[in-house]
Design a binder for this molecule. Structure first.
Ligand code: NDP
Length: 339
């Protein structure tokens, strides 16, 4: 057996950010690596995920996931290789996903690991297209949004991990028209030319309301909201009778330092009999077998495409996280480790 490393690096939250997180709010620290005890495994992380929801976990606020604790490691989705095992269920060399990202080495109970197959897809895909963001798109569109054939679907944050998959899935499942918004002209081009959106616009180029009305002259049946704010208000004004909104994320508000106003036109929901429903992906793990089968099939047939933005090195992970909030990423933002 090769010797285990003595120590590894892990990101700690050291101060609660006010507004946009700053480098002083976090610290990369060296900690000892421990050998796994009975029923536990030690994993060398190969990739981990930095996600918008982590901004909420930096606040000391009650939510659907506990806040990060000060001077403690941050966590999140990761994929890696088992390098020592005290469990009969995992052998050295197995690849697993788990919840202890933001670090080079993770030691934890084997029951919290899920084995993944590196021959089916690149390992980073289990953090995105075949992982949490993919399942969010799938469950959001099909279960929460009740997508129907012939729907006109609008997706915001459409060049990101969840949005790009939601838009393509809508097309695959028979939407009549799929419209996306994103924050640059290059992203807009990608939506139409590579992902097969019928129309797309850059929300920085003019009011969302006007651009959406031009892209969806006959209105929208289903809005997949990753952004909130102006996008949500604009979508409500374009929704048809019995329209649906999947309230998946509100990234335009995550760094707000004041309470943000709700959509001013919410009363339209009454006459148009709209349904606006929030979602959290963890409620939908029951869909995983069906999701993996469908998505693996669409990837193999080429019907579903995806991009990743890869940042190398654990020392660059915090900047990668800020990059997600800034829009540096196209598709899933992945931190790849070279430890
Ligand atoms: P993305 O890959 O979409 O990255 C975030 C993107 O948000 C950026 O690339 C940027 O793209 C866009 N963005 C940033 N600020 C703004 C803004 N002010 N207005 C409009 N767009 C902005 O991230 P994910 O796919 O991981 O997540 C997308 C959304 O889904 C997030 O809101 C997230 O919180 C939510 N989510 C919810 C889950 C749930 O269970 N409910 C699970 C997973 C994600 P651009 O260049 O286009 O501005």
């Amino acid at each position: 057996m090769t010797a285990l490393p003595e120590s590894g690096r892990v990101w700690h939250l050291v101060a609660r950010p006010h507004g946009l997180p700053r480098p002083e709010d976090v610290a990369l620290r060296e900690v000892p690596v421990t050998e796994p005890g009975e029923g536990r495994i030690l994993v060398r992380n190969l990739h981990f995920s930095v996600d918008p929801y982590m901004r909420g976990r930096m606040n000391d606020a009650k939510s659907y996931v506990p806040p990060y604790q000060l001077d403690r490691p941050m966590d999140g989705a990761a994929v890696g290789e088992v390098i020592a095992s005290g469990s009969a269920d995992f052998a050295v060399g197995d690849h697993v996903t788990h919840g202890l990202g933001w670090r080079e080495y993770a030691e934890f109970p084997a029951g919290r690991a899920v084995r993944v197959d590196a021959s089916l897809a690149p390992l980073s895909a289990y953090l995105g297209v075949l992982g949490g963001t993919g399942l969010t798109a799938y469950a959001g569109l099909l279960e929460i949004g009740s997508l129907k054939e012939g729907d006109t679907v609008f997706v915001s944050g459409a060049a990101g991990a969840v949005g790009s998959q939601a838009g393509q899935l809508a097309r695959i499942k028979g939407a009549a028209r799929v419209i996306g918004s994103a924050g640059s002209d290059e992203k807009v081009k990608l939506l139409v030319e590579e992902y097969g959106f019928d129309a797309a616009f850059n929300y920085r180029n003019g009011p969302v309301r006007d651009q959406l009305k031009a892209a969806a002259p006959d209105g929208v049946d289903l809005y997949f909201d990753n952004v909130g704010g102006e996008h949500l208000e604009a979508a409500i004004s374009s929704l048809n009778v019995f329209g649906r909104v999947v309230l998946c994320g509100a990234i335009s508000q995550y760094n707000s330092t004041e309470p943000t106003p709700g959509p001013r036109n919410l009363a339209l929901a009454i006459g148009r009999r709209l349904r606006l429903q929030g979602m959290i992906v963890t409620d939908h793990y029951g869909l995983l077998p069906e999701f993996v089968k469908d998505v693996a099939g669409w990837l193999a047939s080429g019907e579903l495409k995806y991009h990743e933005t890869v940042v190398e090195g654990i020392e660059n992970a915090f900047d990668a996280f800020l990059g997600v909030l800034r829009g540096d990423n196209t598709g899933k933002m992945i931190v790849t480790l070279n430890n």
